[in-house]
Design a protein around this ligand. Sequence first.
Ligand SMILES: [Zn+2]
Length: 407
Amino acid sequence: MLLVVGASATGAATADPALLGAANAAQPAVIASLKDMVLIESGSTDAAGLSKMAGYVEARLQALGARTERIAPARGPGSMVKGSFSGSGTRKLMLIAHMDTVYPAGTLASEPYRQDGNRLYGPGIADDKGGVAVILHSLAILKDAGWRDCAQLTVLFNHDEEVGSTTSGETIAQLAEQHDYVFSAEPTGAKAVARTEGLLLGAAGTATAILEVKGRASHAGAAPDAGRNALIELAYQLQQTRDIARDIPGAQLNWTMAQAGVVSNQIPERASARADVRLTAPGAADRLRAALQDKVKAGRLVADTETTVTLQVGRPPYLANDRARALAAQAQAIYAELDGRQLTLHPMTGGATDAGFASRSGKAVVLESFGLAGSGYHARDEYIEIDSIAPRLYLMTRMLQTVARAP
Ligand SMILES: [Zn+2]
């Protein structure tokens, strides 16, 4: 099936006919790439699958003329694949997407690759093999057009996005700092969940708060008063910190896990709890950490217990700056060239993305969600919409052309 996007017949600027023709013509090749990649199962802990995916995308980048490099992390399975292109312009551009999925090996057996009307199904097809495909095929279109208008174009595919990018995040942040623009290709919502396709301008950062109480063990039946009950103290500290983030703009904290004691007839010596923390403002993590430590220091219920609190920061928040917002408005104008097609700009999602690492230094202009329209990620029956392929390729190629020429 070939769904063709027509040029604008309305008052909006008309589409670039060569690019639009190429985007429409690329659809069968994109579908073939999606099938190839979905058939390579690549869950975040699947070393063999991740290695196969890395081999696949590396070969594809080389075929496009890139110099490639595998960047192996200090620990854990998988490696990043970096592709570098050089051109004759002045701007440095970077494209990112991830190779790993949330699905364990064997998921394909019960959820095979298949097409049903406008939908292509398969584990990870939207999140994020669709994003990888948008990058590879957009670059193919630009290569065929002889485009070399940027100084440098870097592609980074990482292998651990679904487990927090704990080994690739630093690489993304450092590389992004050396570029003018970074486009991240996570998926955008399908028609069943979103009115139109879009781009994302913000995502929460993540952190974990850990509260630990040390008391004193004692026989719970014979000598309870000789003990110092860490569990009771933990309960007290949880109560006094549960609303602490309310006064800190851009911070959210929810205690979600707790543990105490080893047997029921002993006053527990140790107790601990963990909180899910979301951060949507720069500096919110430091303010939250300080507030937690002050509160815990301010008072205790059980004498002689010691409480410590730490905050482990994960992905930084992603917040589009003014330049990114202006560029997103240009993206809307580019989408409108396709028969007035609408592009929704989503201000914020609770889910974290690698755009947070890319925008950490504030140097690059970062936009997120250049992938295909899809649904069912991190769930069942994940799919992409075939009729989003040509518009997304058109958007990515036009955006690359636009920013490469930016003053
Ligand atoms: Zn993703």
